[in-house]
Design a protein around this ligand. Structure first.
Ligand code: ADP
Ligand code: 5GP
Length: 226
């Protein structure tokens, strides 16, 4: 059985940056490429970031039960094709899914052994800075993303691991540790340092650290400053 890792994060937290780092450093990991009905952005290519399909094509795939999970996110459909799990199993690889909270819930229900990781920015001000630095979006879109982030992070407690993406090199190592520690559990090998590092990111261990982050979003949601 492949290990399944689910990664979710509010836009701008650094998820793509972290997933890119994993591609370069963790072997035997299959990256699921989702299907979506949204239009390609910027330099996105069909079959690289996503498979871009029409609503009709997507709905036909739903009818043929080709999806492991699917959901509507910001007015577009997104779905994970079953064949990525089958392909990972055939190669004896693990599978990484970059999906939203609704998708994560569906996968957890179907495949309870899947491990989920929620990535958070260090605070709202830093998320805003990163969204601006990426300079992909208009001011109105940045404001919408910040509002969506405040809602999305309320779901943090549904995840097994929490990763606060503060210093990038540390975050990459923490994320690697989570993946490799889960692998080791199955292989009955143990690298104590690796497992200890992963355990530090467990939801229960992170609750205290999360208070100020959640507060920075709640203050703005209530109309205050950053
Ligand atoms: P996401 O995929 O979550 O929307 P990105 O990976 O595109 O986010 O990152 C958003 C911006 O923040 C990018 O400009 C990226 O270079 C930057 N970034 C990512 N991680 C960090 C970090 N730990 N510290 C500072 N900047 C970061
Ligand atoms: P974006 O359009 O910005 O690439 O992604 C928007 C949101 O859709 C992100 O939260 C991303 O994780 C989520 N997403 C991407 N692919 C899938 C998928 O296959 N299933 C689900 N449920 N969400 C997805």
């Amino acid at each position: 059985m492949a290990n399944i890792f689910i990664i979710s994060a509010p836009s701008g937290s650094g998820k793509s940056t972290l997933v890119r780092a994993l591609r370069e450093t963790v072997s035997n990991l299959e990256f699921s490429i989702s299907y979506t009905t949204r239009r390609p952005r910027g330099t996105e290519q069909n079959g690289r970031e996503y498979y871009f399909v029409t609503r009709e094509e997507f709905e036909a795939m739903v009818r043929r039960q080709e999806f492991l999970e699917h959901a509507e996110v910001f007015g577009n459909y997104y779905g994970t094709a079953r064949r990525f799990l089958e392909s990972a199993e055939e190669k004896a690889y693990d599978l990484l899914l970059d999906i939203d909270v609704q998708g994560a819930e569906q996968i957890k229900r179907k495949l309870p052994a899947a491990q989920s990781i929620f990535i958070l920015p260090p605070n709202r001000g830093e998320l805003e800075r990163r969204l601006r630095e990426r300079s992909q979006d208009s001011e109105a879109v940045i404001q919408r993303r910040l509002e969506a982030a405040a809602r999305e992070i309320e779901n943090y407690w549904k995840y097994d691991y929490i990763l606060v993406n503060d210093r990038l090199p540390k975050s990459v190592k923490d994320l690697q540790a989570i993946l490799l520690a889960e692998r080791q559990k199955r292989q009955e090998q143990t690298d104590r340092n690796l497992i200890a590092r992963a355990e530090m990111c467990r939801l229960d261990r992170m609750r205290e650290k999360l208070h100020p982050i959640l507060e920075s979003f709640q203050r703005t949601a209530a109309g205050g400053g950053k």
